[in-house]
Design a protein around this ligand. Structure first.
Ligand code: NAG
Ligand code: NAG
Ligand code: NAG
Ligand code: CU
Length: 381
């Protein structure tokens, strides 16, 4: 080996070592360079656990989830077309008045499980399995053959209305809601008093979902599952995004959480933990209330907002990155089966079942902790 080649090899080796580093300067964090590095390290680590080819999930057939703006325009249109198709497909909840479509069935399931799958042991695995189930229906019922998109909120905090997700173009998920006077901060589920209002509040004006009818909810009415047709409202809020869903915030959650108990606490702002108590809505609520509106701001019915699945894609991506930065030690779960352990319930174990019937089969949670194991075969770019 020539001296130059030797030098280059030595350089490559040091770069590799440096790449495993999770300490960054503030500038690297705020520019997104740090998150890019963490994301790449996690992706490489996940791929390294896969066989090159053969049976099951491999490096050849693994699906790659991408940020919305990294999907080609025609793939984004295919995606929203498939969502519209699901919103027109038949419901299997024939006994439930408000469930008119296969898409509504997802809202019914989320409504029923909300008290058990938020601030509990199953928050991350439930939403992982839930999004995957929607993705499968988009493929099997509606012919979607593209990549599943997530939303990196932090790219859009400065001006959510100009976001490729919400600019109202045919390649977006539709526009902001029509501006209404004194729109309550956060909108939807109770609102959040004292918080600055968003820029919309009324019906979504333009884009693929401007004709979409929300069929059930909100959770604040006497019969939340009754048929209650209405427009989809949005109330985009860049201030909430900047306060809790910025690139820095996302990066900090990933680098600061030492174990699953604190990771899930910090990502949700679980008040029981001193480390999370000051975070308000934290990443999870921050992303939700950057969209806001009805049903987007409704704790129980937010999946009726199409962007829910890109928002929760980002939550799942954070989980994926965090796990794969230290895979050996990050396959566990923590907590009980009820929200904030109210009412008190048993510690959830990896062998316990997570039941998504009638939409997907009950699975041991053990099968759901790895995006390239059990029913899953995907990674995040
Ligand atoms: C919504 O419906 C109107 C009236 O039927 C139609 O002109 C318009 O193209 C539709 N918009 C979308 C985005 O589907
Ligand atoms: C989120 O990040 C912004 C800067 O992007 C910072 O001002 C804010 O304090 C952070 N919020 C939290 C909860 O750390
Ligand atoms: C955002 O995070 C801050 C802590 O920096 C917290 O005080 C505030 O309540 C959060 N805001 C929202 C809207 O959740
Ligand atoms: Cu949820």
């Amino acid at each position: 080996m020539g001296i130059v080649k030797k030098l280059l090899a030595a350089l490559a080796a040091t770069t590799l070592v440096a790449a495993q580093d999770t300490t960054f300067t503030q500038e690297q964090v705020d520019s997104g360079e740090a998150l890019k590095s963490l994301s790449k390290q996690a992706l490489d680590a996940a791929l390294a656990r896969l066989p090159e080819s053969g049976e099951g999930c491999t490096r050849e057939n693994v699906r790659v989830r991408r940020e919305w703006r990294n999907l080609p325009a025609e793939m984004r249109i295919k995606y929203t077309d498939a969502m519209l198709c699901l919103q027109a497909a038949e419901s299997i909840n024939t006994e439930i008045d408000g469930a008119k479509s296969a898409y509504d069935d997802f809202a019914v399931l989320h409504y029923n499980l909300t008290p058990f799958v938020h601030n509990s042991a199953t928050f991350l695995t439930f939403h992982r399995y839930y999004i995957h189930t929607l993705e499968e229906q988009l493929r099997t019922k509606c012919g979607y053959d593209g990549d599943f998109p997530y939303w990196e909120w932090g790219l859009d905090c400065a001006d959510p209305q100009k976001s490729p997700l919400f600019d109202g173009s045919e390649t977006s998920l539709g526009s902001d809601g029509e501006p209404v006077a004194a729109s309550p901060g956060g909108g939807g589920f109770g609102g959040f008093p004292g918080m600055g209002g968003g820029s919309g509040g009324g019906c979504v004006m333009k884009g693929p979902f401007s004709n979409y009818t929300v069929n059930l909810g909100p959770s604040t009415v006497a019969e939340p599952l009754a048929y209650n047709p209405r427009c989809i409202k949005r109330n985009l809020n860049g201030a909430i995004c900047a306060a809790n869903a910025s690139i820095r915030n996302t990066t900090d959650v990933i680098t600061s959480a030492p174990n699953i108990e604190l990771f899930q606490a910090i990502i949700q702002g679980d008040m029981r933990y001193p480390e999370a108590r000051g975070l308000g809505m934290a990443s999870h609520g921050g992303g939700h209330f950057t969209i806001g509106g009805d049903p987007g701001g409704d704790f129980y019915f937010s999946p009726l907002e199409p962007a829910f699945f890109q928002h929760h894609g980002q939550i799942d991506r954070m989980y994926f990155i965090w796990q794969n930065l230290d895979w050996e030690n990050r396959q566990g779960i923590a907590g009980t089966g009820t929200m904030m352990n109210q009412p008190p319930s048993d510690e959830v174990k990896l062998d316990d079942l997570l039941d998504l019937s009638p939409l997907a089969e009950a699975r041991p949670i053990r099968d759901l902790v790895d995006t390239i194991g059990g029913p899953f075969c995907f990674v995040y770019e």
